[in-house]
Design a binder for this molecule. Structure first.
Ligand code: BGC
Length: 826
């Protein structure tokens, strides 16, 4: 599937304002101008505006000065363009807890977008990270609604400084990929109001967002884009004055969507035009929808400021590249630093191990993938600092990539012939008499069946023996659309399913598999099973791949020769499928363990989409969470390793200690078409709130991040205010007590509300990032809103603010409190 967004194009310049065209008068408000233009439009023109997708669709509106609306995915840069800046992923931006930086990030993307000829930016994404397995986890701002809201609002403001419309995604409860198009999310109204809506409200009220993109899933049985209740909340309660568009080809009914309040076809050219005239869509609804689009065009400046006549080839600048690097530095989280091993001395020899070159992961694949261009790799950036003589490199692991296809020569069938014995069955559960049997040289088919004569649903089993060339760890993997199980020498190395084998956009493929130890030259049994179950719309696909020669022994030898070993590890993540578990893929855990055993000064750099389990944590001295960093992938890490920059990040997501932690009811169908349903039975207890409620100890708490310096929090004060939306102000004096410049993120949480209604033990109510030189102090102030002290009363359908004393905590993470006090709510 390719999301067929229209290509960038210029809009016709406007003629000078004429007296009979009052909407051209820039002194009038956007609402009045929209109204005036609406009055001048024919009904057909209104329909054209509501249904226009491609640039050419806007042609009939040119005489009214209405520009073509050109749309681009833009959550972390411009998807699909070259000569642009690939910024660190959105969850990396969230880790900065820096709203000023977020606005600059948004502004830079907005500038580049206009340069390329786009005036509608699809983003930012503020979906709550409910489950760290979500394939699009890194596209939004973590698990907390306030962080999503404040960072999302800042990015929105940045975008919209550039006469473009921000279309914030995806309203609502789009929190996983498995089953995404038809999944029914069963969720309480309270959770919607307290968790899933607030970030959108922030982007609208504080960020001025002029458009929202609806989400794919159903909410309590009705598609979000067809539900007047949900859309009513968006427009009436959250305050959207602009328009609601749908996502790309949602599964619902276009007419129902528009009648429920969708205003713009935006990404889907299949809206039936006759529905506007045959009575199915009321005329007032069309007028309202068109009016909302016009409002967004006027309020953003897109109407008054035509796009350049031709898109620029290169829109990235040195300043934007530097901004990407600074974002990466402020986003990188120092999770562990035993004995102060980091920052490294430039005099030490360093073994760089793992995918630290062009093979690093730079971004989440799918509609937020941005071309990083010719970025400086970590190996090069480290070498530039330490000098080539002190840098040793060993690949160690290929990371989470597709491996070579297994050659037929290593297989023998059970009766000793070359290849594998293959049996094909009707149905998806490998039962009954095989329809066909054959000898296969290997397993390699894509978007179609490997043999003729199979029904739509089929399954297969390949059996035989495999003889590896060398002794050691052998990595098996598969590129897959369907369900597969691989058993080698009695060890199940894979038992999973995939909808498609790569994401929609991005250069890499998604391989899944596992490892097992084998002896060179000794044949062992292999059984591979495949079923069309879960295969997506491209059809059955499977390629059986391996890496028979482990790179770990060479990396261990290299690590032994160096003073310090820095191991880069990664995972592939993308739109269209979720992670199956929280383990580092392939042989990367084994690599870290082996290197740590060989070198006591081992540091791990996690170039990952989000949390990973770290079975080796006790064996390594340092861990840096580097996320995906776009063009900054190498430079920011080198600066941090050597202390030329501070690891400024704090976790915007809790890192679980094991697979069972967190609200992980995860029962959606894998297949995009499956009618799965998932119940958010954790209610409002997502992220750190879940850990508090269940008294569970995470691996690393939300908000955690160490520094190269240390801070004290002194003179805490709480000023309770009685009026307006501001309920209290919390202030604290932060002092840099160490010997290096560094930044602290002061986090203010409120405790349980004074009511018998169940409320979280801790809720983030505000945060402030402060950078201080050694010995420097600064008082930071955090405002606590009345909303933060309220809960959604489902029976009364409104916010309730219980009066009395509410605990308030100042801290450095959800688990590290530096001060506890209270707010008096009157
Ligand atoms: C994604 C959206 C994106 C759209 C256009 C969809 O698959 O869910 O986030 O904006 O494609 O690329």
């Amino acid at each position: 599937m390719t999301a067929g967004l229209p290509t960038a194009a210029s809009a016709a310049p406007l003629a000078a304002a004429a007296a009979d065209q009052p909407w051209r008068d820039r002194r009038k408000s956007a609402a009045r101008r929209a109204d005036a233009l609406l009055n001048a439009m024919t009904f057909e023109e209104q329909v054209t505006l509501v249904t226009a997708v491609e640039v050419a669709d806007f042609k009939p509106l040119e005489h009214l000065g209405i520009p073509a609306m050109t749309r681009v995915d833009a959550s972390d840069g411009l998807r699909g363009d070259t000569g642009v800046t690939a910024f660190p992923a959105p969850n990396a931006l969230a880790a900065t807890f820096d709203t000023e930086l977020a606005e600059e990030y948004g502004d830079a993307i907005g500038v580049e977008a206009r340069g390329k000829g786009w005036n509608v930016l699809l983003g930012p994404t503020v979906d709550i990270d409910r489950n760290p397995r979500n394939g699009r986890e890194s596209e939004s701002y973590g698990e907390d609604p306030l962080v999503n809201g404040l960072i999302g609002a800042a990015v929105t403001r940045g975008f919209q400084k550039n006469d473009v419309i921000a279309q914030v995604k995806h309203f609502t409860v789009y929190n996983q990929e498995d089953g995404r198009n038809t999944l029914d999310v069963v969720v309480s109204e309270r959770a919607l109001r307290e968790l899933y809506y607030p970030a959108f409200e922030h982007t609208i009220r504080d960020g001025g967002a002029l458009s929202i993109m609806g989400s794919y899933p159903k909410v309590n049985g009705v598609f979000a884009c067809e539900d007047p209740h949900i859309i009513g909340a968006l427009k009436n309660d959250l305050g959207l004055k602009g328009y609601l568009g749908t996502d790309y080809y949602p599964y619902g009914d276009r007419v129902k969507e528009i009648n429920a309040g969708v205003d713009s076809a935006a990404l889907i050219p299949d809206t039936p035009k006759d529905a506007f005239t045959d009575g199915r869509i009321p005329k007032e609804r069309t007028r309202d929808a068109a009016g909302r689009i016009l409002y967004a065009l006027f309020a953003s400046g897109a109407y008054d400021n035509p796009l350049p006549s031709a898109p620029a080839e290169v829109v990235t600048t040195d300043a934007h590249q530097a901004l990407a690097r600074i974002t990466g530095e402020r986003a990188t989280v120092l999770l562990k630093n035993k004995g102060g091993l980091l920052p490294l001395s430039k005099k030490k020899t360093i073994a760089v191990i793992g995918p630290a070159g062009k093979d690093a992961m730079t971004g989440v694949e799918g509609s937020s993938y941005v071309d990083p261009g010719d970025f400086t790799t970590a190996v090069d950036a480290i070498t530039a600092k330490a000098g080539a003589a002190r840098v040793l490199f060993s690949q160690g692991t290929l990371g989470d990539v597709a491996l070579p296809t297994i050659p037929g020569a290593v297989f023998t069938t059970p009766d000793g012939q070359p290849g594998l014995h293959a049996e094909f069955f009707a149905g998806e559960d490998l039962s009954g008499t095989p329809l066909t049997t054959t000898t296969a040289s290997n397993i390699d088919f894509r978007w179609g069946n490997p043999v003729g004569g199979l029904p739509a649903k089929w399954s297969a089993r390949w059996t035989g023996r495999i003889t590896p060339p060398t002794t050691g760890l052998v990595r098996f993997s598969t590129l897959l659309a369907g369900a597969a199980k691989i058993v080698v020498d009695g060890v199940t190395v894979l038992d999973e399913s995939r909808f498609i084998w790569d994401s929609f956009f991005g250069p890499k493929e998604s391989a899944i598999g596992g490892v097992t130890g084998l002896v060179g030259g000794r044949p062992v049994d292999i059984t591979v099973e495949y079923s069309t179950k879960d295969a997506g719309f491209y059809g059955p696909s499977m390629k059986l791949c391996w890496q028979p020669d482990s790179l770990i022994p060479a990396a261990v030898a290299t690590a032994k020769q160096a003073d310090v070993a820095v191991v880069f590890v990664n995972n592939y993540s993308g739109e269209a499928f979720d992670r199956d578990d929280l383990s580092l893929p392939g042989d990367q855990n084994q690599l870290v363990e082996a290197v740590a055993a060989a070198n006591p000064n081992t540091v791990v750099v996690l170039n990952t989409s989000g949390p990973m389990l770290m079975p080796w944590l006790g064996q390594v001295k340092g861990v840096l969470q580097a996320w995906y960093q776009g063009a900054a992938t190498g430079t920011s890490i080198a600066n941090i390793l050597y202390g030329d920059a501070e690891p400024g990040g704090r976790l915007p997501v809790t890192f679980p200690a094991d697979e069972r932690q967190g609200p992980t009811t995860y029962t959606g169908g894998k297949n995009d078409f499956a009618n799965g349903s998932i119940t958010y039975d954790e209610g409002i207890y997502v992220g750190y709130k879940w850990y508090d409620k269940h008294r569970a100890q995470p691996l690393f708490p939300f908000g955690h991040g160490l520094s190269y310096t240390s801070f004290s929090h002194d003179r805490p004060r709480v000023y309770s205010r009685g009026r307006g939306d501001e309920a209290a102000e919390v202030s604290v004096e932060v002092r840099n007590a160490g010997r290096r410049t560094g930044s602290d993120v002061v986090q203010v949480y409120i405790g349980q509300l004074p009511t018998t209604v169940d409320t979280p033990a801790r809720t983030l109510a505000g945060f402030a990032r402060v950078e201080l030189a050694p010995g420097q102090r600064r008082t930071v102030r955090v405002t606590v809103s009345r909303r933060a002290l309220s809960y959604w009363d489902e029976a009364k359908s409104r916010w309730v603010t219980p009066t009395g004393k509410v605990p308030v905590y100042v801290g450095r993470s959800a688990a590290e409190v530096t001060y506890a006090g209270s707010i008096t709510v009157k």
